[in-house]
Write a protein that binds this ligand. Structure first.
Ligand code: AMP
Length: 131
């Protein structure tokens, strides 16, 4: 059965899309730990990031870098934090999180539910900067 991220990539489930190429898709996390929290996903359905082939993993990271560069321009922050968890959704993905301090990366402090209009505006702002 297709993962929820494959359904998002195929447009069967809506997402706040940030960027896409032929092999990757990036969209806002629906329950972000910080505003602008973005997920970067390979279109190939692999349940664990380290099951990707070397080149696929390299390509995913290079795509994530392009997304992070766009986020740096669109979101006021000191850094884009990077993490991989993968315990909730069995489809490889990288979390990119705009941060000003270490605690902005804490997943155990409770996630946010932001206004849909703010989510759409953030996704659009990042998408505009994506090169
Ligand atoms: P994990 O697999 O532990 O890295 O966590 C999966 C992440 O996906 C969580 O941060 C969720 O908030 C996020 N997530 C789950 N479903 C959706 C969705 N439909 N749209 C956007 N983000 C999602």
């Amino acid at each position: 059965m297709a993962t929820i991220f494959t359904k998002i990539i195929n447009g069967e489930i809506p997402s706040y899309k940030v960027a896409e190429d032929d092999k990757h898709y990036a969209f806002l996390d629906i329950n972000p730990v910080a505003p602008g929290h973005t997920l970067v996903v390979p279109k190939k359905e692999v349940d664990y990031i380290f099951k990707l082939e070397d080149q696929e993993l390299a390509d995913l990271n290079v795509f994530a870098k392009r997304v992070a560069k766009a986020m740096e321009k669109a979101m006021p922050c000191k850094r884009i934090g990077v993490t991989v968890i993968g315990l909730e959704v069995p489809h490889a993905h990288i979390h990119l999180i705009p941060i000003n301090k270490e605690s902005d990366m804490y997943f155990n402090k409770g996630k946010l539910t932001l206004d849909p209009k703010d989510m759409a505006d953030m996704a659009q702002a990042i998408a505009k900067e994506f090169k």
